[in-house]
Design a protein around this ligand. Structure first.
Ligand code: NOJ
Length: 531
């Protein structure tokens, strides 16, 4: 099996670090309105620090009509009253820093809310100075939308606006109008947004749908997807050849990067959902680097067998540019819960995989409790993606349910009924119940994070794939020491090769002895001796 010997040349906090995603609506409510807020996050910082992560990424907290729960921003330089105010953010940032945690915000450059003053102006008349800040086009000759582009949330990407008799573009909801990044004033205004937060002390940004920011000029039709079936949702009806991933995005990424680097060791993580070859281009070049970490989402839907995972990991490693640092994601507010997909015991193996691969891991709140499948009663569905295209399984609410802190009413999340229901087994599956229980998912995460911190081989070391067949995936991480990670992805006992004298550092099953046999759904980290 091919092996990779790439090692880190330098070590920034984010190369050796681990990111923890907080979805603020669902983390901790402090004012009893059933929705999480910044003061709630601040109160839970000790918990976050106790996990052993390095940075918190907060999903959007800006003023917003919440059509897409904050990804429809109405003011980039303030805080939505639902979450608090700027002073609450400053307090959170200061406390996080005092606890050694970095804070990343979510930057949403592709679109604003249609309630943003910029869009209100833009839509008011064709000759408004901000008209060109957004993307307006005339109807097609038949009177319909200007082209065949489909929104990721279903339906056309174009919304007719009767005030000025033109359509505006929205890659997502019609409440989220796409900005025109070809307009230098948009660049300047949004650059000022980044400066506003960097000056306040934030440590970086996760950049929402970065690859969407530029569209081909003149908006040609996208090629039709011949294999599309309606149950896939309308996003996949066409290939987004002209509506996303345009060459101009790379100069913009490089400009963002130069700005961030000018502030010192700040981090830009780009949300880019593209196949690996295109994804790699978002690292930029040596001369013109792009974002530090183009999110690598492959684990979210990778086939769960050793051969496929081994191939995916090796190909990703091999595709990285020389100075490109890898990263891995296994959950988010957009993706189904990993424990729901794999079951709890295998989710423990997945946690070991995530936290022992080479590259910066991003954890999603609640995965450390092993929250699995959640049923959202029809009358409690809130996700616009689900409401617009019901019955297709596109709903994101199950991943956005509130954190469960204890077994008190509403799980210690809020004094009021939460905006989304809790997971069904919250009474047992909560932080208080798992804390201190060595068999719990929470303590497994903590143990993995501790090991990752103790062994530089795990955070920064080289990676070599040793075995990937059937249900057994084995790889090695090495720097000063040499660790072998052996994962059983299935429910049968598996024998693994003899790697000489080893010490068992951690087993997902809690076992304390190891003799070349993996129990069903077991992962182990072994330290090689005398190699
Ligand atoms: C990606 C975000 O993660 C998702 O929640 C949102 O709906 C879209 N971008 C649009 O902003």
């Amino acid at each position: 099996m091919e092996s990779s010997t790439k090692t880190a040349k330098t070590c920034t906090w984010w190369e050796s670090g681990v990111i923890y995603q907080v979805y603020p609506r669902s983390f901790q409510d402090s004012n009893g309105d059933g929705v999480g807020d910044l003061e709630g996050v601040r109160k839970r910082l000790d918990y976050i620090a106790s996990l052993g992560v390095d940075a918190v990424w907060l999903s959007p907290i800006y003023p917003s009509p919440m059509a897409d729960f904050g990804y429809d921003v109405a003011d980039y330089c303030d805080i939505d009253p639902m979450f608090g105010e700027l002073a609450a953010f400053d307090a959170l940032l200061a406390d996080a820093h005092a606890k050694g945690l970095k804070v990343l915000l979510d930057f949403v450059p592709n679109h604003t809310s249609i309630e943003h003053p910029w869009f209100r102006e833009s839509r008011s008349s064709r000759d408004n100075p901000k008209r060109d800040w957004y993307i307006w086009a005339n109807a097609a000759p038949d009177g319909g939308p200007p082209n065949n582009w489909t929104s990721d949330m279903g339906g056309s990407s174009w919304e007719f606006d009767p005030t000025t008799n033109q359509f505006y573009l929205h890659a997502f909801l019609k409440e989220q109008a796409d900005l025109n990044w070809r307009n230098p004033q948009v660049r300047e205004a949004m650059t000022n947004v980044l400066k506003f937060w960097f000056d306040r002390g934030v440590d970086g940004f996760r950049i929402d749908v970065l690859w969407h920011c530029f569209k081909a000029e003149n908006y040609p039709d996208n090629p039709l997807n011949p294999d599309w079936i309606s149950t896939q949702g309308e996003k996949l009806k066409v290939f987004q050849k002209h509506s996303a991933d345009q060459p101009e995005i790379h100069q913009l990424s490089a400009d963002f990067r130069a700005l961030a680097d000018g502030y010192g060791e700040r981090l830009l993580v780009g949300e880019i959902c593209l196949p690996v070859p295109q994804l790699m281009t978002y690292y930029g070049t040596e001369a013109s680097p792009g974002v530090h970490l183009p999110f690598n989402f492959q684990l979210l839907d990778a086939p769960w067998n050793a051969e496929a995972l081994g191939k995916m990991i090796t190909e990703y490693e091999a595709a990285l540019p020389p100075s490109g640092w890898p990263n891995w994601v296994i959950g988010s507010h957009d993706a189904p819960r990993i424990a729901g997909r794999l079951g709890e015991t295998q989710a423990r193996v997945a946690a070991m995989l995530l936290l022992t691969l080479r590259g910066t891991p991003t954890l999603y709140q609640g995965d450390e409790l092993g929250i699995g499948k959640v049923d959202i009663p029809p009358d409690r569905v809130r996700d616009p993606q689900d409401l617009r295209q019901p019955g297709l399984g596109l709903g994101r609410d199950p991943s956005r349910t509130p954190m469960a802190w204890d077994s008190c009413r509403f799980a210690g999340f809020s004094a009021a009924e939460p905006w989304l229901p809790l997971h069904g087994d919250w009474g047992m599956r909560n932080v208080a119940a798992q804390q201190g229980d060595p068999a719990s998912m929470l303590e497994l995460y903590r143990a993995l994070l501790k090991l990752r911190r103790e062994h530089e081989a795990l955070s920064l070391g080289s990676f070599a794939l040793l075995h990937a067949a059937g249900d057994v995936l084995i790889y090695e991480r090495y720097q000063k020491d040499r660790l072998v990670i052996a994962l059983n992805l299935g429910a049968e006992v598996q024998n693994i090769p003899d790697y000489g004298a080893t010490t068992l550092l951690l087993a997902t099953t809690g076992a304390s002895m190891f003799s070349n046999t993996l129990a069903p759904n077991e992962g182990v980290i072994l330290q090689r001796l005398n190699y």
